[in-house]
Design a binder for this molecule. Structure first.
Ligand code: RFL
Ligand code: PHB
Length: 389
């Protein structure tokens, strides 16, 4: 079998790339290790930047998002019982869209089904080969049979633990990493959100976040030490902790109920450089990870796909390799700015007892400065709504 582009991974990066390439007449095949239900069961991001909303429109998959998504003009930062509203709209003229990653992925899957696109699920042992020359290929196994696809380019959209980055020869990639000593314990529950906007809280017990997926489905997170066993936290203990950390005003209004999903995500900052190795590209979580505090992971995946799809479409349409040649440096310039912002939001809003009293004082003064300075709030807001592509 032969195609122009093989995409490894049918998460949001891989499906968005395939959708945009298809719209411009570039042939591709998507290979996914899991089945569609498993892909949809992963509860992850909830906040989309305007740039990503625009891309979903261009990809022709924005109809349900505009019907069911919740545009948010701001969010609140709570420290103890003090609350500071970040007026995103007033500070930047832009807002964000609260619409779950699961829904984005479902919309992309439906668009693929509607055009009978080639997405091969349950593909085992996917292996990118010969990408250092002009004739790359990818092998995989399905139902015990080995298959091979010859192509022009391979796009590694297979997440942090995927095979693409792992296939690059030692020494060709430099990895920058920071691992935080805590994770986020998240729960999803059919209860009314505690507020119409998100609340990020820094409390002496640790960080907490009140988020949502709809007017009847809430998503909450609390900071827990790295290595915490999720089974040690009953629903009741999580609700009690949320009430403490989010402050009295939120506690008084908070509806509680059984969790329908409960999991712990470790927090990490990670960048691989470069994002191109011959005819293999890395995009999305395959190339970088941010801690979720700034809500940037999925949005960064979308900006990578913007640069990569433009480069590939230009390659086939205008017979120019300028866009694919520039992909890695264009994407990395934006990635590092989102890494900085995500690290900063994480540093501002979490408890770091191991860093001592001096660090705690600096954190407090950073918060006081944010509360008193419109310039500081504008810096936060400009980054939160998303820097231009
Ligand atoms: P994904 O979603 O991990 O998809 C990769 C796909 O590749 C498949 N795969 C393979 N397929 C074939 N062969 C192999 N060898 C393969 N290995 C892996 C996998 O099965 C999977 O289907 O990566 P992608 O597409 O780059 O998307 C990235 C986003 O998922 C991620 O950045 C965000 O979820 C991060 N994130 C958030 N981002 C935001 O922009 N806003 C948020 O509010 C936000 N909140 C979050 C988050 C991530 C979280 N967790 C759990 C890490 C909240 C949380 C809790
Ligand atoms: C979410 O709703 O899952 C969410 C929202 C904001 C974040 C991270 C996660 O910063």
């Amino acid at each position: 079998m032969r195609t122009q582009v093989v995409i490894i991974g049918a998460g949001p990066s891989g499906l968005l790339l395939s959708q945009l390439l298809h719209k411009s007449g570039v042939d591709c095949v998507v290979l996914e290790r899991r089945d569609p239900d498993y892909v949809l069961s992963r509860i992850r991001a909830g906040v989309l930047e305007q740039g990503m909303v625009d891309m979903l429109e261009r990809a022709g998959v924005s109809e349900r998002m505009h019907k069911e998504g919740l545009p948010h003009d701001g969010f609140t930062i709570a420290v103890g019982d003090n609350r500071l509203r970040m007026d995103l709209k007033g500070l930047t003229g832009k807002n964000v869209m609260v619409y779950g990653q699961t829904e984005v992925t479902k919309d992309l899957m439906d668009a693929h089904d509607a055009r009978d696109a080639e997405v091969i699920y349950d593909a085992e042992n996917v292996t990118p080969l010969d990408f250092d020359g002009d004739n790359p290929r990818v092998t995989y196994e399905k139902d015990g049979v080995t298959h091979e696809i010859a192509c022009d380019f391979i796009c590694g959209c297979d997440g942090f633990h995927g095979v693409s980055r792992a296939s690059v020869p030692d020494g060709a990639v430099t990895e920058y990493e920071k691992v935080y000593p805590f994770g986020w314990l998240g729960i999803l529950s059919y209860v009314k959100p505690v507020d119409h906007e998100l609340i990020y809280a820094n409390h002496a017990n640790g960080f907490a976040l009140a988020s949502m997926r709809s007017d009847i489905l809430s998503r909450y997170y609390i900071q827990v030490p790295a290595g915490t066993d999720v089974n040690k936290w009953s629903d009741e203990a999580i609700w009690n902790e949320l009430k403490i950390r989010l402050g009295a005003e939120a506690a008084a209004k908070m509806e509680t109920g059984p969790s329908i999903e409960k999991s712990i995500a470790p927090l990490r900052s990670f960048v691989a450089e470069p994002l191109r190795f011959g005819r293999l590209f890395l995009a999305g979580d395959a190339g970088h990870i941010v801690p979720p505090t700034g809500a940037k992971g999925l949005n960064l995946a979308a900006s990578d796909i913007h640069y990569l799809s433009e480069g590939l479409i230009e390659f086939y349409g205008e017979k120019s390799s300028a866009g694919v040649d520039a992909y890695s440096s264009r994407a990395l310039a934006r990635i590092w700015k989102a890494e900085r912002f995500s690290w900063w939001m994480t540093t501002l809003l979490h408890q770091f007892p191991e860093l001592g009293a001096f660090n705690a004082k600096i954190q407090q003064s950073e918060m006081d400065y944010l509360a008193s300075s419109k310039a500081a709030q504008t810096v936060l807001a400009e980054n939160y709504v998303g820097l231009p592509f």
